[in-house]
Design a protein around this ligand. Sequence first.
Ligand SMILES: *Cc1c(COP(=O)(O)O)cnc(C)c1O
Length: 375
Amino acid sequence: MGVEVPFLDVGAAVAELRAELDQACARVLDSGWFILGREGQAFEAEFAAYVGTKYCVGVGNGLEALHLILRAAGIGPGDEVIVPANTYIATWLAVTYCGARPKPVEPVERTYNLDPERIEAALTPRTKAILPVHLYGQPAEMEAIHRLAGERGLLVVEDAAQAHGARYRGRRVGGLGRAAGWSFYPSKNLGALGDAGAVTTDDEQLAEKIRALRNYGSRQKYHNLYKGFNSRLDELQAAVLRAKLPHLDEWNARRARLARLYLEQLAETPLLLPLIPEGIEPVWHLFVVRAPDRDALQAHLRQEGIETLIHYPIPPHLQPAYQDLGLPPGSLPITERIHREVLSLPIGPHLSEAQVLRVCAAIRAFYHLPPAEVP
Ligand SMILES: *Cc1c(COP(=O)(O)O)cnc(C)c1O
């Protein structure tokens, strides 16, 4: 059987906005200006307004956004940064890029996010920052993290790459720390047509330093204050993001409707379903369930033409790339169990309720349950 329910149809978002995207690209082509121009500036202003921060600086991708924040804040060799053990490896790489050491902390088992109660034990005199991730689109426990950071004078930086539009106690993520790093990789809730990223912050000095660092360390052409980088958001991607941003809330609302349907239809199955803590508005970048028999379930769904993915199959501490940290299998047991059991079901603004019902029926059949009543 071919694919009946794709994991995420990125092309459908392009099709929905094709006319607007054509116009946006034409505007850039007609301008004859492709790097650091009007579109980038306009997107920065529009995205800052959306997030609710004073500043936004467009950069080349999400990893560079995090790297440039940490670097501009002075993180360097000898420093340690608290990172979630359970995250995409980019969070850790941003720390490594600065010459600092990522110090992984286990998540809360049910929310998958950094467990504030476990941070204390990981702190050392070298700890300089905490880098929580709003994983799968669900905001991390920012109040508890800030309490700890405040007592010790630690920097708090958000990895918001999976959480465009999510709210924590009424406030949008991206303005909940000193700065936040964003990715607009095509499959993110707000995605470009290539690589793109941004930093949001209320800190003017930090924003100005990142603005220079992304452009060879220069504020004025051919005058270099820092040994900078080349990591700029280009005009085409900025124009595409400007066309998509006004649709983000509606697209997130569609994801939330599908998530509610999954939660209803899968309630009686043995699956561990996502938990939404009080005061949290997730944006369902991923809909992640846990199943002890995950691989068999995934194979069954594949046979039924349903695409699923695993986020993520191998945690960063067990990757060959991070063997130098000396964290053997078994050293982060909660994270390792999560990696063995998680399965991401199809979700996205262009998936239909009928497709979600098909996924649910197939899962229920796997567990010998009759199809649920259709709402
Ligand atoms: C996607 C992602 C990144 C990296 O973003 P890129 O634009 O791909 O560099 C960083 N952190 C998390 C949690 C992500 O999901």
